[in-house]
Design a protein around this ligand. Structure first.
Ligand code: GLC
Length: 404
């Protein structure tokens, strides 16, 4: 891509990529994250697509999410993958036919709220609200059987960061493991899930039970979106319910995850902290969970520290002083634009505009230099993994945010 590309042109190529990756099946349409490598529909990817599409065609943003909820399970879970048309890509059996059996970071209410902010339309909110309600209700009941106010994940893939070193200890792996070893364990967990007859509460949580910082931070921010949506729909009891849940969860994160100024993911029944420094330590900024002074310290000591997260091309997904850090390893160091987007939004929440601008610029530079690649080496900027990968289009949302 030309390095001289102006912001408007970058927005245009972003939209063109979303159009090129669009697929239609009957009355449904959705966007594949990458035609060759990821030719299906994914949960949080579709939320990202919808957030970007809001700036170009709000009706398409709605359609993307309606396809996503079309395969929701009876218990409320929205699966992380819908195959629509099966190809040879990704030969993992994820437990069900037509979809996977696990979920992903619950970004859908946030995406719906961006749509409402654009067109102020109640009709779409009314249509999708029952799906949203049953999904979030599932996450705060089925995924929190002891009512401790944190939602558990049962497979690393539910975090969206399939091979992150945060999950090495709960999976029983060492910091220098291979993608094959990790995949084997993650697939074994899917088989346990099947053997449990998909019962998380009584069975599956005995095998892998992580309270993940990004998953819970994202959930909290989405419960805020649910509170807003319920408000527009005059559902007063739901407003109170979603407000209360957020507060309970924020408190639980403090009580069970916070130590030495940082929120750590935990595993097992007794909330053992997983003290591996990944971008996850910044995720609570997205839901305004750190206080301003805590955020200031975290940014100075970690984000802007050249021995941790301040690489040539920020933000590495794993701190460079971690044993597991690998600048080309899958979720073990490389920059992913959606992660930069979460951190960018988090920084704006606290008024750290200059640093947010730097992260936006670095994301733009990476995409201009190397195109829409899946990941980027945080030291050299080199593009890695899938091609024509849609997450880079989030730069269009970052550009809009700053222009507004
Ligand atoms: C990879 C990523 C996951 C994403 C999927 C499709 O599996 O780890 O987060 O949803 O690709 O883009």
């Amino acid at each position: 891509m030309a390095k001289s590309l102006k912001e408007n042109e970058l927005k245009k190529v972003s939209y063109n990529l979303l159009l090129a990756n669009r697929r239609r099946i009957g009355k449904y349409q959705y966007t594949v994250p990458s035609p060759e490598t990821y030719p299906y529909q994914w949960l949080w990817d579709s939320c990202f697509h919808s957030i970007v599409l809001v700036h170009f065609n709000v009706e398409d943003a709605k359609k993307e999410l309606l396809s996503l909820v079309s395969s929701q399970f009876k218990d409320g879970l929205i699966p992380h993958m819908i195959y629509w048309e099966r190809t040879n890509a990704i030969n993992i059996h994820w437990g069900r036919h037509g979809t996977s059996s696990i979920t992903q970071p619950p970004m859908i209410a946030y995406a719906v709220w961006q749509i409402y902010k654009k067109d102020n339309g109640r009709e779409f909110l009314q249509k999708i609200y029952p799906n949203l309600y049953s999904y979030y209700n599932y996450l705060i009941t089925e995924r929190d059987p002891r009512q401790h106010h944190l939602s558990g994940i049962i497979n690393p893939d539910e975090s969206g960061e399939d091979n992150s070193p945060r999950f090495d200890i709960p999976l029983g792996l060492l910091p220098q493991q291979t993608l094959e070893e990790s995949t084997k364990r993650r697939v074994a967990l899917v088989n346990k899930h099947i053997a449990c007859d998909f019962n998380v509460k009584d069975c599956m949580r005995n095998f892998f039970w992580v309270k993940d910082v990004p998953f819970n931070s994202i959930l909290i921010e989405n419960l805020q979106a649910m509170e807003n949506i319920a408000g527009v729909l005059n559902l007063h009891q739901d407003v109170t319910f979603f407000n209360l849940q957020q507060n309970l969860m924020k408190k639980a994160m403090r009580d069970l995850m916070f130590e030495d100024g940082i929120f750590w993911s935990t595993y097992g029944e007794n909330y053992k902290k997983i003290k591996v420094k990944t971008w996850a330590i910044f995720a609570p900024l997205f839901a305004k969970i750190y206080s301003k002074s805590e955020a200031k310290k975290l940014i100075k000591n970690q984000l802007l520290n050249s021995r941790e997260f301040a690489t040539n091309y920020p933000v590495p997904t794993v701190s460079i002083d971690e044993q597991s850090y690998d600048p080309t390893g899958f979720w073990r160091g490389p920059v992913w634009i959606a992660i930069n987007w979460f951190i960018f939004k988090g920084l704006l929440n606290y008024g750290f505009y200059e640093i947010a601008e730097k992260i936006k610029q670095s994301s733009i530079d990476l995409v201009k230099k190397n195109g829409f690649r899946e990941q980027f080496n945080p030291e050299t900027g080199e593009g890695l993994g899938a091609y024509n990968f849609t997450w880079g289009t989030l730069v269009a949302d970052m550009i809009e945010e700053v222009n507004n």
